[in-house]
Design a protein around this ligand. Sequence first.
Ligand code: ADP
Ligand code: ZN
Length: 512
Amino acid sequence: MLENLLPLLKSTFGFTAFRGVQDQVLTRVMERQNTLAVMPTGAGKSLCYQLPAIASDGTVVVISPLIALMHDQLRSAEAVGIRAATLTSADDNRAETIARLKAGELDLLYAAPERASGEHFRNLLEQTRISLFAIDEAHCVSEWGHDFRPDYRLLRPLLDHFADVPRLALTATADKHTRDDILVQLGIEQDGLIIAGFDRPNIRYSISPRKGLTRQIADLVERLSGPGIIYAPTRNATEKLADQIAKTGRSARAYHAGLPPEVRQRNQADFVASEDMVMVATIAFGMGIDKPDVRFVAHAGLPKSIEAYYQETGRAGRDGDPAEAHMFWGAEDFAKARQRLTEVDEQRLNSERTRLAALGGLVEAAGCRRAILLKHFGEEPPQSCGNCDNCLNAPITRNVTELARKFLSAVYRTGQSFGVGHLEAVLTGRQEDKVLSRGHDQLSVFDIVDTEEAPLIKPVSRSLLLRDALRNTEHGGLMFGPEARAILKGEAEVAIVEPPKRERKKRRSGSS
Ligand code: ADP
Ligand code: ZN
């Protein structure tokens, strides 16, 4: 059946084959079955409704949450000759669009959910031949998703009113809860779920601690050619880094929400057209940008979550050629993120904490980064991928389970309220006032860590915090987190990456 679409795929889009699950999704759509397609960014979701839009009689109605996104999509649809229009409050050609729609002259119509759910829109669609409802960013319909939009809940009556028009929901958000909820909310059968693999094998992941970021970025930019994106945490940082890169002779621009719209647009257009420009941007940059040949994405600070990291690094190498993702993180990023947690609603606190701990697990991992990412999205990947920093160059790790147990015991015995400094004093048997005055020299954990192990106490406590075996109390002390139990019971091991010893000195003597 899909063979019939191949000539159209070639003549309209210039592609010779379907990619990934596109053929599965399109088969269902062409058979007029309801479908939820979970496909990562860059997998080619738009094609799944654009192709049916030109292949079938009638109009495909696309529900999309953001006007800016819609206009981007409109431009790319029109660029390949699809007859498309948007119907939003920002359009002043609404009368014309409505006339084209009624005359059957539109392949694609983009509308926002709040408009789509109105009486007026329903009447309009009744006078139109509709071939498909495509619901983009479908996770917005679920409260489990990270971006719930109540307007999406109003779509269901519209969909049910046109019960014989098939539905295609699309999202890049993968977790199971959200998927199940989307199916229920949009009335799509369980067997209509199609999930694309999340692996992006051509992206090489590397994650390292920040040590002289300017130098690290300069090295990266010098080594890697082709267009690249560097995500920086603040507007100020984007401009500073862009300046520094520009000074090395590589073309570089900054992009953030504080720049005048015309500057932003120009920088974005220049980047899209360029072959070796570096865009230093806040996360405001990237959504809806169609540039398949981005060769690297770097993070100058910790991303918001594993999902965000995956999404942002996913902008590299969409053409399938080798690409790199680099993250430079610092312990202070985690401190700041934890600080932000204190402002989070009680309700969301747990899931936000889990998100942060998962991110901690990724950056501190000694094993395959890709395996961690894919497991996070519910896949069962092989243990090593051969194309990430840890697979290519295994870090030296040290098993510190015994020390971690001692540390946790000390946290427990002292009442789960002291900070790492005090715990270290107790564990190493320092006869200090604060220890003696509390009688902590009488505890069984007093003086059980020898001088050889003592320097590992701080890294171990950090690692326990990252994996949620420890949490900070309100007053800066440490208390148990949910992962503590398994370690104490001997069910989980703790290993830390051995910091490279005196690397600096070696380098200095080497260069002299
Ligand atoms: P998504 O919306 O899933 O993030 P897009 O629809 O923007 O992804 O597509 C990502 C890129 O992949 C675009 O550059 C698109 O032109 C390209 N693409 C989509 N389908 C194919 C295909 N079958 N063959 C080659 N390239 C494709
Ligand atoms: Zn790997």
